[in-house]
Design a protein around this ligand. Structure first.
Ligand SMILES: [Zn+2]
Length: 397
């Protein structure tokens, strides 16, 4: 057993208890104040060099003051629970059974929050392994609502000049190096209202939308493919109309599209594909905006466009991520990609900062009623995060 893992084992109960505690503090997007306070208090207790929150509400713990700046990011917010009667247990209990912690956020992404906070403790205890680095452990807000918004704020307003970002999103203890991008698009058709007893007097906006829905569904079949990331996709996820009454011809209809972007696909190319559908000739095609206030009250308006990102397989950070796995866990981790989207759309996609991921638990549990994280993954992740400073030091040279 590596000495990283041996030392991480000493925190097995602490990191597990901490995860259960933060699961028990509900933290839907934009309502992370309570869990943020709890996480900051844990960092203070564990002897971080500095603990603070930024105006967005991200919690930041700093260790060291060296040249290479490394960010460990995990988001503090979770999705809701949906119908709580469909859960096999209380989603906010933080239930521990047979070495597995269950509850909302266990996999996505509080298991990583707990592991990174204790990884920081281990890093501080080891004196950064003598590496000339600064480590920031960051608990970000609002990832589930608008991925990248809060990490992007942190990397441009709170701490600049960061050399490497390691995301804690579930990787099942593999190293991930990218994922498809995504965007949210609206398409609106207009018509003319009239009494529904004489439809010919009006122009029905819902009827005008019908061929657009079919064409978008067909468009999905011919989107670009990529050997590593997979295909781009498009799907209609909602439809609504405006009408004066159930006895009137609707004069406006809007559909919403979820678009996943593979390598080479951009906001411009994706909008153009939809706008150039024959049926959408007279429709208005737009990317949606996001403008919800953070729990601190800060509002950042942004387009709901989350660019694709991939770090090359031979990039030094991918090699460092693999080396950390070997040093901490005794074997070189697999290298792969996420199916879902992460804060990497900001760090890598928008800002071009080298980014990889390593995290406890598996994507398949995220947002499900079986949301869970094995305790062994927490311990392995603590060891892994502690091995990063020595592996990453000097990467920007
Ligand atoms: Zn997540």
């Amino acid at each position: 057993m590596s000495d990283y893992l041996e030392q991480a084992e000493q925190y097995r109960d602490d990191v597990t208890g901490f995860l259960r505690e933060i699961i028990a503090i509900p933290s839907p997007s934009c309502e992370e104040a309570d869990v943020a306070r709890r996480i900051a208090a844990e960092m203070e207790d564990l002897g971080y060099d500095e603990v603070f929150s930024d105006p967005m509400g991200n919690v930041v713990g700093r260790i060291g003051d060296g040249k290479t700046k490394i960010v460990l990011d995990a988001h503090m917010d979770t999705v809701g629970v949906g119908d709580s009667s469909s859960w096999p247990h209380d989603p906010y209990e933080g239930k521990l059974t047979d070495g597995v912690v269950f509850g909302r956020g266990a996999s996505d992404n509080k298991g990583a929050v707990a592991s990174q906070v204790y990884g920081g403790k281990l890093i501080a205890g080891r004196g950064l392994d003598g590496a000339d680095v600064t480590v920031y452990v960051v608990g970000t807000v609002m990832e589930e609502d608008c991925d990248g918004l809060a990490l992007g704020y942190f990397l441009t307003e709170t701490v600049t000049g960061v050399d490497a970002v390691v995301l804690g999103e579930c990787t099942n203890l593999a190293v991930y190096r990218g994922h498809r991008g995504r965007m949210e698009i609206s398409v609106q058709t207009r018509g003319t209202s009239a009494h529904a007893s004489a439809p010919e007097r009006g122009d029905n906006a819902v009827a005008a939308m019908a061929p657009v829905v079919l064409d978008v569904t067909e468009l999905n079949e011919r989107l670009a493919d990529d050997a590593f990331l997979g295909r781009g996709t498009i799907a209609v996820t909602m439809i609504e109309c405006e009408t004066a009454s159930l006895n009137a011809i609707p004069d406006s209809c809007t559909i919403y599209l979820d678009r996943r972007l593979t390598a080479g696909e951009t906001l411009e190319s994706a909008l153009k594909e939809v706008a150039s559908l024959g049926s959408a000739e007279n429709a208005k095609v737009e990317v949606l905006d996001y403008a919800r206030p953070a729990y601190t009250g800060l509002t950042l308006e942004t387009e709901k466009y989350y660019p694709t990102w991939v770090l090359e397989p031979d990039h030094p950070l991918v090699a460092a991520g693999a080396a950390a796995g070997k040093a901490a866990l005794g074997k070189t981790p697999e290298v792969d990609k996420w199916t879902f989207s992460t804060n990497g759309i900001a760090s890598a996609g928008r800002l071009g900062i080298p980014t990889i991921g390593f995290g406890p638990s598996e994507e398949r549990w995220a947002h499900s009623v079986l949301d869970q994280c094995p305790v062994d993954h927490l311990v392995a992740s603590v060891a892994y995060y502690a091995a990063l400073p020595a592996a990453i030091a000097g990467i920007g040279d």
